[in-house]
Design a protein around this ligand. Sequence first.
Ligand code: ADP
Length: 704
Amino acid sequence: MSFQKHLLEALGPRRIIAVLGGLYVVLAVGRGFVRFTRDVPPGNILVVTLLIAFPGFGLIYGSYWLSHTDIGSKFYSDIARWCLIGFGAMAIILLLYHLQPEGGISTPATSPPILTALSTVAGFGVGIHDAQAKTRTDQLEQRNRELEETQVELEETVDELEDANERLERYREYTDHVLDAIDDIFYVLDDAGSLRRWNESLCEVTGYSEAEISSMTAVDFFDDDEHPLIAETIADGFETGSIQLEAELLTKEGEPIPYEFVASTVENPDNESVLAGIGRDITERKEWERELENRVKQQEVVAEIGQLALERDDLDEVMAEAAQQVAAALHNEYCMVLDFDSSREELQLRQGVGWDDEGTVDVSISTDETDSQAAYTLANDHPVVVENFETETRFSGSELLTSHDIRSGISTLIGTTDDPWGLIAAYDTNPQTFTEEDVTFVQSVATILADAIERNQYQNDLEQLVADLEESNERLEQFAYAASHDLQEPLRMVSSYLQLIERRYGDELDEDGEEFLEFAVDGADRMRSMIDGLLQYSRVETQGSEFEPVDLENVLDDVREDLRMKIEESDAKITAESLPRVTGDEEQLRQVFQNLLSNAIKYSGEGPPKVHISAGRNGTDWTVSVSDNGIGIDPKDQDRIFEVFEGLHAADDYTGTGIGLAVCERIIERHGGEIWVESEPGEGSTFSVTLPAVTDRFEEYAVE
Ligand code: ADP
């Protein structure tokens, strides 16, 4: 056996079979050849040779054919063994047969090869069967093993799946907990708007049970009016992939809560598109926004009323607007501005809103009613807030308030407690909380009104003063005009009678008489000059011409012409820079420069007068100055000289009425300018006037 084994290992089973087959083929051919050489008939040789060679070829082919069968190669050795057993068994049988006394093999070169070859082939056949059976068994075992392995794998997979399922379940529970833990509403909607999933917050917020919600659609959580919008938003959400919506969620009790919803489309495990998102309670944000809007609105109202108060003179218009705006900004139904009549100790409605159809109501509250809010407010320098009159203890509502079902209000003083003008108050029929900002707002409006009232009073006082002054001025002018005009007549009489006396009795008068007469004529002349001056003075405002562009060069030329005699007599040197065009009354300006120039010549002192006229631009004005080298004026007298009949010199030294500069000042003031003098005694004087430059309005005219 061990020989077999060694042989099998050394050659390999298929090769052993092939070698066996080959041996028989060689034996058959060799034997045939030997027989042929011994002249055995070929027919005999062929039969025997074929009988031996044929099994040999069969074995060779069999060894080749094996590789094309489904017999496992590991069983090839079994086949080879069966071949060897077949061969060995036949060989032993033949040997035993040969060894028996009456036996013996007569043709040892023929029978044994044939028989062993056939038995080897038989062995090959048995081996094939054996190997095939073993191969089947082996395959079955293999299959069995594979099945067992598959089963194990399947069991493992089932375990894993169970694990995974358990984990998934736990995970789902966990996500449920997480979703339930958030205050926001979580929801998943399908395209029909039905709720597929939601968290506890939805139940808690709306008051619906899980069962109720499961049969509801998204729109059921909103007011009927909102249904189209909600449905459209959901449809849009599925189309665009997301939604964002602010809407009021209705609880089961019908209470609306402002919510903001956001959601995005996702695919659920069934491959359906769903909208998953959250809804957030935005009550606080909305309140804050409302609060902010209120503040902005209140600030706008304060700015608007402030502006109105500055622009309008009509206090009632401002107060009516203030009442209207305060009521609107505080969302109050009523507002009123009460005017305090201190003489009657009464508050009277000045302007109001909401009280009746006409917007006014006959109201007058006596301050004796100390339990009224109005009287209480008047006595307090801080705003009075009533959130609910039913719980108010400081005072009870007045007849007016109770008759209008007022529940809450805010009132504040206009002015000060020492000098109150009145108050502003806003009321509502619902209890209300007023914020600090509301209080400040009403206070601001009250301050604006107080300022406007004060400004209005000041304005009225000022206007009254101006009117009084104008009236008194007018009366004075009329008086001066009438007086000077009426004085002219008796003065003319005095003058003509003096002339008559001089003509008729001049020769008869002694020296004293002549001197007295001279004084009287002189006095009458001076009086005429004074009356003329006074007339001029009183006519500056009333008899002036319209302003127009005036060329001061021309004015100066005229003045020089008028003063030619005086200039020549005094040998005065008058120089001038180029003079501007100004806006004014040409005749009056001529008077001004004539007065200034004639004074400059008159008060020149000893030497010949030197007068210089200069001009300089100062913004929209021109400053024109007349300087002389005369006697000058003491600074202490420099204001006085512009007053009527204020001359500084005795009549002997200089003739003058003392009204010229007063007329100049009046004329310059009529032109909106100023006149002043700079001078030192003995150093000469410079009189300056400001006059308006020619404005655009006159430019066209000026070019012509
Ligand atoms: P009068 O008719 O007296 O000149 P004015 O009103 O013109 O009246 O002048 C008032 C006074 O101012 C004069 O009496 C004079 O004393 C003084 N005065 C005016 N102009 C000059 C000047 N250029 N130099 C010095 N004194 C002057």
